[in-house]
Write a protein that binds this ligand. Structure first.
Ligand code: TRP
Length: 327
């Protein structure tokens, strides 16, 4: 039996950080054992919010490919590609946009949230409103059965299913409804305790040196009531402790106890975390450095991904044309 097909995407709006690594890339590495995977660099989606600074998008796209591969995705067996290089995404987007009622996109919670939160960019564009329709096109054009996403993306998947149903009702069965493959989210907060994001300046990157990593760890937000060693601490809500849970599983119980009792001070706690993190990320960072030195190879993987994407999407678009126009 053919393997089920997966499609997932990430926007190249900046360097990938360890939040992306733990929350998404590692999951992709697991999924590739079982599924045929299309890993998409969503540069058109990036354009919807970064159009004023579009020149950076290409460089960021390559960085994403590098980190995806450095994390362990196999670009020979699976397909890493760039959305804008596969025209079917835009073609199907145009078709789906014709049949999607405006209220479906206007009520999308992600849309409202971005409009509310992002003040330094003008997101009052037609394309930004259509963001989830483009995402629906991404998914449906691969006939992807499963879509690995975090919880924040569920409204987009639901909308995708609605649009697929509407298309099928109007023009006949072309699309099956994709399912979310929810990732057990490993959520890493930024060093200041807010959501990790390049725009908050609180992210740790795979591209960071060991020294940078240690510096960022030393600046982490911890229990504000614990001022010196000896003070009893509360690990709940402490960023450093959240990271120990991921990078120092073996000692996390001990750390919790000695934090609560006061025996462990924050400086020592952070030092030991920095060491563990740098050790855990070492291999990957070495691979990333090596891959960064061979951009030709990265480009060739992306070309290969594009070929596979073109072949699959061409087939879907033929079916779409047939359903719409009879040939
Ligand atoms: N909207 C997704 C995000 O911001 C990125 C994305 C674009 C995506 N197209 C997709 C994810 C298709 C899954 C499937 O994370």
């Amino acid at each position: 039996m053919a393997k089920k097909r997966i499609l997932t995407g990430i926007r190249p709006t900046g360097l990938p950080h360890i939040g992306n690594l733990e929350g998404m890339f590692k999951n992709c590495v697991k999924l590739q054992e079982e599924f045929e995977c299309f890993f998409m660099i969503a540069d058109l989606h990036a354009l919807s919010s970064e159009y004023a600074d579009a020149a950076r998008i290409r460089g960021n796209s390559l960085e994403i490919a590098i980190d995806w591969i450095a994390a362990g995705v196999d670009p020979e067996k699976h397909h890493i590609f760039i959305q804008s290089e596969v025209p079917a995404h835009s073609e199907l987007f145009a078709v789906l946009a014709m049949i999607t009622p405006l209220p479906w996109v206007e009520r999308c919670p992600t849309y409202k949230e971005m409009q509310r939160e992002i003040k330094d960019k003008d997101l009052n564009t037609f394309g930004f409103l259509g963001y989830p329709i483009l995402q629906a096109a991404d998914i449906l054009v691969y006939q992807a059965e499963l879509v690995p996403i975090g919880e924040d993306q569920l409204p987009h998947l639901e909308l995708t299913r609605q649009i697929a149903r509407r298309f099928n009702n109007l023009f006949g069965e072309v699309f099956s409804e994709p399912e979310a493959k929810m990732t057990k989210a490993t959520r890493l907060p930024g060093v200041d305790g807010r959501k990790m994001s390049k725009s908050f300046g609180n992210a740790i990157y795979m591209a960071d040196s060991q020294e940078d990593t240690a510096k960022k760890v030393m600046s982490m937000y911890t229990d504000p009531k614990k001022l010196r060693q000896g003070d009893k601490g509360n690990p709940d809500g402490c960023v450093c402790f959240a990271y120990h849970k991921i990078y120092n599983e073996a000692e996390v119980g001990e750390i919790e106890n000695s934090c609560r009792s006061g025996a462990l001070g924050c400086v020592d706690c952070k030092r030991s975390l920095a060491k563990k993190m740098n050790a855990a990320l070492l291999e990957q960072r070495e691979r990333r450095a090596e891959l960064s030195g061979d951009l030709k190879k990265i480009e060739s993987y992306i070309r290969k991904g594009r070929e596979a994407a073109l072949a699959v999407t061409r087939e879907t678009m033929q079916r779409v044309h047939k359903a719409l126009f009879g040939s």
